[in-house]
Every structure is written in structure tokens, then in C-alpha cells.
Design a protein around this ligand. Structure first.
Ligand code: NAD
Length: 491
């Protein structure tokens, strides 16, 4: 049984009210079943959220399909005005959203605030593009007709987001889709539905029409997504998450030839060449590795250091790692928050054991931190045996693996010897050398002398098993648009 209301049931998280229902066709929809959302820093339940079924997801798709024609016809300026209103509502709630994000994801408040700011940069980027989409007009190549080329929204889209960047992922996807004129069904990650609910609530309060934005939470992602994917009214799936789930969704997209964008896993190499500024490299490598407790797709998964500077780099990297303070994200002195769940924390322990079984030396960390929350020490291994499969597994953990190489060539070869191709990093004081190395790295993004690079002006995404398509840049909005041309006879 479900019931639809104009008012939503809500939960109070650190003095902030958050709706806990699904949002379908302009109404908050309660469900019989609910599931708990936990604070990973304490293990405590923050509240219970509506647990959607495949039927709810199909109702959300019904609404998105019904609203598609009208949303697409909304004049660009009016659509941009709605975005601008949502933008100012979101900004007025910045502190609430950051606090809820820290409560359910565990990330330090400073990181939650930075994520809010980056999310708004993306949202604004798409807002600015709405009224600037244009086409072309050309003479037909054989004369006698004209070719007008334009774009149209691809159609109703399913957006599936992960828990590690709960606001950025929904803002980046929904921003692009809605700006392009697509209606959406958002399926949140079970661990972090509350931040997404606050995002959707802001759009609702801004006046987005009924059916344009729909929100579904669930504990049964596989059957729920499969039901939507099997419906041929769905025209786009945009997914961020693991390569395994992405591959499954791609196979579900195949029968209906559903347009698919995939932002998947990574095995990012961070290369430190012999002429690098070692202080900068160590400082950036620590940020790149340990931000979000290592739970980032673009994290440095393999830190590859030229042997002539390896001792000096390692000493500095380990010192900076030891100085990181692990704790509750609401403590302003915390650098690293908890792991997202007890299960994931146990997986981190398992990885440490696996490194212990190969030719790898533990330089610092390596232990769970006892207590109610899911904390783990920032850990560093110097690894000699790089043929082991663990040396190419996406760690997604606060574990840094350091490897030594004898040359830039060897660094590039090892960097590229992976199925993934998301983000890579290179540190050198010679910009020409940096470009040469970057051009040879089979990755969608390369940071040069920096460990953080997400930006709305840039096309974020990977190659190989790291994904298909791009978010941001001039490419992001076109992921949700199809080219279309008209051939017009002229006398
Ligand atoms: P995940 O693949 O387990 O889950 C991602 C989303 O998919 C969640 O909403 C989850 O509920 C849903 N899901 C799980 N199984 C599903 C199924 N069978 N059908 C449909 N949906 C399903 O990934 P995660 O653990 O939440 O996130 C970690 C992974 O995401 C890592 O591999 C990381 O690299 C990747 N990631 C990639 C990017 C990127 O931009 N490339 C960004 C963040 C995270």
C-alpha cells in the first residue's frame, strides 16, 4: 500500500528536517516498508526512509513520461529561471545540506561544504547553458534543399547515483538532464538518500512542474532498476557506480537500445617523476588518496614513484599521513571521517590482510579503530610485488600503495596496465615532460602537478572499463540531447 500527500513525512537530522518519502508526480509518496539510514561515525540510526518497490519506480517512470512533452516545450528562458530559483533555494540551505551529508556519509564537514560548492558550480554551469543551445543551417550538398540541424532531449532518464558524493552526483546528473529538457527518475544510494531528498525538495520548492523530477529510494536496487530498464519508454540511463553494476545496466540497456552514460570505477595511477617538487607531490598525493577516506573513484590507487626520489617522497608522504586526524566529521579538526559501513570497513581490513600476504611493507596504519563508528587508520604500504591482482584492484579505501619504478617509461607502462582508465596524475617540474607522459596515459583525465581536478568546465569521465560518456564541460548537456536535422526543400 502507498499513500500520496502534498506534505512529506520527515526526519530531523541535527536540527534539519529532511523528507523521507519517495517523490512521484509532484507528491511525496509514503510506503509500508522503510529502511534505516545510519550515521557511519556512530552506527546510530538517523531515521527511516521509504523503501520503494519496482512498482513505485514504474509509477515514477509513468510520471516522467507524462511530463516529458510539456517539459521539453518549456521555453529555455523559463527553464533557466526555474534553475535560478532552485539555485538560490539550495544556496540558502547550504549549511543544512552539508550537515545532513556529513551525518549520513561521514565525510568531514569541510569536505561536505566543498562538495556543496562544487555541486552548485555544476548546477550553475548547466543553468547558463540552457539558453545557449544552438543548431546550424546549411545548404544541402546537392542544392535544392536546406539542412537545419538542431537537438532534442533524449527523453525520460533514469539517474542512478552512488553514496560517496551524494550531492555532487545528483546535481551533476539532474542538472544536465533537466537543463537539456529531459524528465528524470532519480534512484538514490541506500546509504545516502537524505542529501538527495534535500536536493529534490529544493527543486520542488522552486516550482519544477509535477512529474519532471521523481525520486525513489530502495533497498532493492537490482529489481527496481531492472523493471525501469525493461520499459521501452525509458530513453536514457546515467549511472555512477561500480564497473560491475555498470556492465549489468549496459546489458539491460541493449535490448531497447537505451542511450547509456556510465561513470564507473578507477585504478588511478599517481606518478612522481625524478624531477618532481616532492613537497607538492606528497601533499597532493595525500589529498588525492585520503579525501573521503579513500572512497573516491578518482583516488590515487597506485602511487608510482621514480626510485631516485622514492625514499624522500615516501618519508614525507608517510609523515603527512600520520598527521591526519581520523574522527567524527562534525569535529572541525577531523581530516578523515569513517568508512561508509561496517561491511565496507571489514572489506578494508580484508585488503590490509591481502597486502600482508604479498611482498609489501606496512609503513603506517593497518588497523580498525575500535568504537561504535566504522573508522580505519590511514594506511600506507610500500609494495614490491606488482603482479599480484591486488595491485590493480580498485581499493576504494584509506590504503595507499606505493610502487617504485626505474624510469618514466616503466611508470607509464605500469600505469596503463589496468582495465580502468578514469583519472591519472603526474608530478614533474618539466611541463613538456608532463605533456609527453600525459599524452601516453590511457586515461580520460590527467592531473598535472595537482591531485584534484573536478570542474564544471571540464568533461569528467573515463575510458576502458571506467565508463562511457562525460559529465560537465560542453559535453555534459549533450549526453541528454540527440542531434536531429530537418531537410527542407526550397524552389
Ligand atoms: P555500486 O555500483 O554498488 O552502487 C552505485 C549505485 O548503483 C547505488 O545507487 C546502488 O544502490 C546502485 N546499484 C547497486 N546494484 C545495482 C543493480 N544491480 N542495479 C541497479 N543499480 C544498482 O557502487 P558504490 O559502492 O555505491 O560506489 C562505489 C563505486 O562507484 C566505485 O567503483 C567507484 O569508483 C564508483 N564511482 C565512480 C564515479 C565516477 O564518476 N566514475 C564516481 C563515484 C563513484
Amino acid at each position: 500500500m502507498t499513500s500520496a500527500t502534498a506534505q512529506s513525512r520527515s526526519v530531523r537530522v541535527r536540527d534539519h528536517e529532511v523528507p523521507t518519502a519517495l517523490f512521484i508526480d509532484g507528491r511525496w509518496v509514503e510506503t509500508d516498508a522503510v529502511f534505516p539510514v545510519r550515521d557511519p561515525a556512530t552506527g546510530a540510526v538517523l531515521g527511516e526512509v521509504a523503501d520503494g518497490t519496482p512498482q513505485h519506480a514504474l509509477q515514477a517512470l509513468d510520471a516522467a513520461v507524462a511530463a516529458q512533452a510539456e517539459w521539453r516545450a518549456v521555453a529555455p528562458r523559463r527553464r533557466a529561471d526555474l534553475f535560478a530559483r532552485a539555485d538560490s533555494i539550495l544556496r540558502s540551505r547550504a549549511e543544512s545540506i552539508a550537515a545532513v551529508m556529513t551525518a549520513e556519509s561521514g565525510k568531514p564537514l569541510a569536505e561536505a561544504r566543498a562538495e556543496f560548492s562544487l555541486s552548485m558550480d555544476f548546477f550553475q554551469w548547466y543553468t547558463e547553458q540552457i539558453a545557449h543551445l544552438h543548431g546550424t543551417f546549411a545548404e544541402g550538398s546537392r542544392g535544392g534543399y536546406r539542412v537545419v540541424s538542431t537537438h532534442q532531449p533524449v527523453g525520460p532518464a533514469l539517474l542512478i547515483t552512488p553514496w560517496n558524493f551524494p550531492l555532487l552526483m545528483i546535481a551533476r546528473k539532474a542538472g544536465a538532464a533537466l537543463a537539456a529538457g529531459c524528465t528524470v527518475v532519480v534512484k538514490t544510494a541506500q546509504e545516502t538518500p537524505l542529501t538527495c531528498a534535500l536536493f529534490v525538495q529544493a527543486l520542488v520548492d522552486a516550482g519544477f512542474p509535477d512529474g519532471v523530477v521523481n525520486l525513489v529510494h530502495t533497498t532493492r536496487s537490482a529489481p527496481l532498476s531492472a523493471a525501469v530498464m525493461a520499459d521501452d519508454r525509458l530513453r536514457k540511463v546515467s549511472f555512477t557506480g561500480s564497473t560491475e553494476v555498470g556492465a549489468r545496466l549496459l546489458s539491460q540497456a541493449a535490448p531497447g537500445i537505451v542511450n547509456a552514460a556510465m561513470e564507473l570505477g578507477g585504478d588511478g595511477p599517481l606518478i612522481v617523476l625524478d624531477d618532481a617538487d616532492l613537497e607538492l607531490a606528497a601533499e597532493q598525493a595525500v589529498i588525492c588518496k585520503f579525501r573521503n577516506a579513500g572512497q573516491a573513484c578518482v583516488a590515487a590507487n597506485r602511487i608510482i614513484v621514480h626510485e631516485s626520489v622514492a625514499d624522500a617522497f615516501t618519508e614525507r608522504f608517510v609523515a603527512l599521513t600520520r598527521a591526519l586526524k581520523v574522527g567524527n566529521g562534525f569535529d572541525e579538526t577531523t581530516d578523515i571521517g569513517p568508512i561508509i559501513s561496517a561491511r565496507q570497513r571489514d572489506a578494508v581490513s580484508g585488503l590490509v590482510k591481502e597486502f600482508g600476504q604479498i611482498d609489501a611493507e606496512l609503513l603506517t596504519g593497518g588497523h580498525e579503530i575500535p568504537g561504535d563508528g566504522y573508522f580505519f587508520e590511514p594506511t600506507v604500504f610500500a609494495v614490491k610485488d606488482r603482479d599480484n591482482p591486488i595491485c590493480h584492484r580498485e581499493l576504494f579505501a584509506p590504503i595507499a600503495a606505493l610502487y617504485r619504478v626505474a624510469s618514466a617509461r616503466e611508470a607509464i607502462e605500469y600505469a596503463n596496465s589496468t582495465r580502468y582508465g578514469l583519472a591519472a596524475y603526474v608530478f614533474t617540474s618539466d611541463i613538456s615532460r608532463a605533456l609527453t607522459v600525459a599524452e601516453q596515459l590511457d586515461f580520460g583525465m590527467v592531473g598535472i602537478n595537482r591531485g584534484i581536478m573536478a570542474d564544471p568546465a571540464a568533461p569528467f569521465g573515463g575510458v576502458k572499463a571506467s565508463g562511457l560518456g562525460r559529465e560537465g564541460g560542453h559535453h555534459g548537456i549533450y549526453e541528454f540531447l540527440e542531434p536531429k536535422y530537418l531537410a527542407i526543400t526550397v524552389d
